[in-house]
Design a protein around this ligand. Structure first.
Ligand code: ARG
Length: 565
């Protein structure tokens, strides 16, 4: 497709004397007008003429320079239509040649993008918010990877803070009443709940918690730290089960504790920028010049640091290590204030890379079952959500396709995929009301619908192979009716670029749903098998190209592409 837009740009450049890189080719408002449009407004100044006159004059001259592409002036636009056979052949040969990495580019060469994702808090069940962060963050990482960026996905585990002193105290007291090794998260949750029930009437417990955190912060590598380390390991092991089911891996797992050794230097660095002040014994950076933003607290009166201090240490560390092009924090919208504060501390330090730090926020996902409260022990376990999704998918598949083997594996792919897709299908800032029927539907804007389309195309391929059809020389003109599909395949690389730029996987899901609709209606109308050699040949090529595109996009989103379902 880029070959077509390039040819158009070159022809326009030759006729106008304007550098081809400055000429923007768009999609026409109405696809009936053509495949591409060039708005002549941009030339009005240089050529000192009205845009419709320019379009009219350019039409013939540009047509003379183009082969297989027709230009037509419509008002201030010059619209272009690619000959259908040329379009079919060009697009399909391009995607076939690129294979699995169709859409890749080198825009990210020599640039590093750091993605802070998932980042659950240890000793608690992973929340739905962390699920969102994981799947959105991983999709954003894959997008950047495809565009040639070096990516570093960092799981910034919440493993530090006064609550870990409390938990160590609780483990010391009641550790043997629970099955820590067998069922760590539920056990830790029980201890956490018990601590909060008893702390009000038990000053000794409170003191033990404080002492434990103090010892942790002191860096002493004794019994307290050993207990804390064990909590971390047990929690990570549980989280890993979910990561495995989601197919997500991290380049670095660096909890907040990792940045402990850098905290003093971080505070010194900020103090040296002359922007700190003492306020009631605490060390703060005032931010009221940024629309009444509350100050950023660096050190509390008792000398301990905060979440923000550790995040500042982390961003300096990341900058020093990676000199990142972007550092994306995939964190819920409830932390908007926190990230604005961090960014404005950097602004006040006059660090010119501040804009590279971006909070990629997202809305809430509400599961049926209502609001969670870790303190009261009312929580939804993600593992249960994924299990249920797989079970429901299993039922649907068994009803639709009773002969399918490996339905267990496929059910897992479809069930988990449905949950992931549901998370990615809306603009990320939107809140989501989770609805089982909607999530698992084979007909709606869902993961199962897309995966099913893929399986349907795979099945046509299998039938063609069994019948020995489809290897003849393609008759590209037989794809005349498939222009919307071909144009969409051609547009895909630009969709990836835009989605990465906006850190918005929903642009890929939206594209994919529309694409599957086009493909399904084409399949319903056009016969692939049993036609003349050339017709079956070209249609089968489109079936395979479409299948490959769907698998490609599903892969970026983190879903499997089943061959059968
Ligand atoms: N652990 C935090 C939470 O659950 C999220 C951390 C996000 N990343 C960061 N660098 N602050 O609220």
């Amino acid at each position: 497709m880029r070959t077509f837009t390039k040819a158009i740009r070159d022809a326009l450049a030759a006729e106008t004397g304007i550098d081809a890189s400055k000429l923007v080719i768009e999609s026409p408002r109405d696809s009936k007008l053509g495949d591409f449009a060039f708005p002549c407004f941009v030339l009005a100044k240089t050529l000192k003429k009205a845009p419709p006159a320019i379009a009219g004059e350019l039409e013939e001259r540009v047509n003379a320079r183009l082969d297989g592409i027709a230009a037509k002036a419509t008002g201030p636009y010059l619209n272009f239509t690619v000959d259908r056979a040329t379009l079919a052949r060009g697009v399909i040969e391009e995607i076939d040649a690129a294979g699995d990495v169709y859409g890749e580019s080198d825009e990210g060469a020599d640039k590093t993008v750091v993605i802070d994702l998932s980042s659950p808090n240890i000793a608690k069940p992973m929340s739905v918010g962390h699920l969102r962060s994981t799947v959105i963050g991983a999709a954003i990482q894959r997008l950047h990877k495809r565009l040639g960026y070096r990516t570093v996905g960092i799981n910034h585990i919440g493993d530090w803070g006064s609550q870990f002193g409390k938990l160590v105290a609780a483990v010391d007291r009641w550790g043997d009443t629970v099955d820590l090794d067998g069922d760590p998260i539920k056990s830790l949750l029980a201890l956490y709940v018990r601590y909060h029930e008893e702390e009000a009437n038990d000053p000794e417990l409170v003191q033990a918690g404080r002492d434990a955190f103090k010892e942790l912060e002191s860096g002493e590598d004794g019994r307290v730290r050993a207990t804390w380390r064990k909590l971390t390991e047990l929690s990570l092991r549980e989280f890993d089960k979910i990561y495995e089911r989601l197919g997500v891996e991290f380049d670095l797992v660096r909890g907040e504790a990792f940045y402990e050794p850098f905290l003093d230097a971080t505070v010194d660095r900020i103090v040296a920028a002359n922007i700190t002040e003492e306020s009631e014994g605490a060390l703060i950076v005032a931010l009221d010049e940024f629309g009444d933003l509350p100050p950023c607290l660096l050190r509390k009166t008792d000398g301990t640091t905060l979440y923000a201090t550790r995040d500042l240490a982390a961003v300096f560390h990341r900058w020093d290590e990676f000199k990142f092009h972007r550092c994306l924090y995939v964190v819920g919208g409830d932390q908007r204030l926190h990230f604005r504060q961090l960014k404005h501390v950097l602004t006040r330090m006059q660090l010119d890379w501040e804009p590279r730090m971006e909070h990629i926020d997202f809305g809430m996902l509400r599961l049926p079952g209502g609001k969670m409260s870790t303190r009261e022990g009312r929580v939804v376990f993600l593992e249960d959500v994924l299990d249920r999704a797989a079970e429901e998918a299993q039922k649907i598949i068994a009803a639709k396709n009773p002969d399918l083997d490996a339905s267990g594996e496929v059910a897992e792919q479809v069930g988990v995929g449905a949950v992931v897709f549901n998370d990615l299908k809306r603009e990320r800032v939107k809140d989501i009301e989770f609805d089982w029927d909607e999530v698992l539907s084979f007909e709606g804007d869902t993961g199962p619908y897309v995966q099913y389309t893929h399986a349907r195309l795979a099945s046509i391929g299998r039938k063609a192979a069994a019948a020995g059809e489809g290897s003849g020389t393609p008759d590209w003109a037989a794809l005349e009716d498939a222009a919307p599909i071909l144009l969409a395949i051609g547009r895909y690389p630009d969709v990836l670029t835009a989605a990465a730029r906006a850190a918005e996987p929903s642009q890929v899901t939206g594209f994919l749903i529309a694409f599957c609709r086009e493909v399904n209606s084409w399949i319903a109308a056009a016969r692939v098998l049993g036609q003349s050699e050339g017709v079956t040949g070209s249609r089968l090529r489109l079936v395979n190209a479409s299948k490959s595109l769907i698998a490609n996009a599903l892969g970026i989103l983190g879903l499997s592409a089943p061959q059968e379902m």
